[in-house]
Write a protein that binds this ligand. Sequence first.
Ligand code: CO
Length: 151
Amino acid sequence: MKFVPSLTALTLLAVSSGALAADKVCKVDIAGTDQMQFDKKEIAIAGDCTQVEVTLKHTGTLPVAAMGHNWVLVKTSDMQGVAGDGAGAGLANDHLKKGDARVIAHTKLIGGGQTTTVKFPTSALTKGGDYTFFCSFPGHWSIMKGKVKFG
Ligand code: CO
């Protein structure tokens, strides 16, 4: 009779390690406005997420050329450099330098009424690292930015 509870415990252990090994996609919603604002200043990603799916919604009405927004994830120390190079990269390149290796993930640039999504693996992140998200449309990064915490 003693073995019954032990076997049950072993079965539970097997089930929970199976769950840990599985893919866990964590979803994040963020909105940008015609007032050049994101509705979040910080995004927390739990340490057991294997992938992150970020959905950016532009809740305004202004066109992309006037009030474009994207969601760009970088190390905080890379933000100014990526934003500076992105300013001259043009709308067609989502205001990011082509092939910029400092960019961990990004959505495309969108205008009012549009929605865009990007999915990326958390293997690109280090737990406890200092990450920032921002909009790379020229002039927006100084206001449209926030921290990303993983772990
Ligand atoms: Co913007």
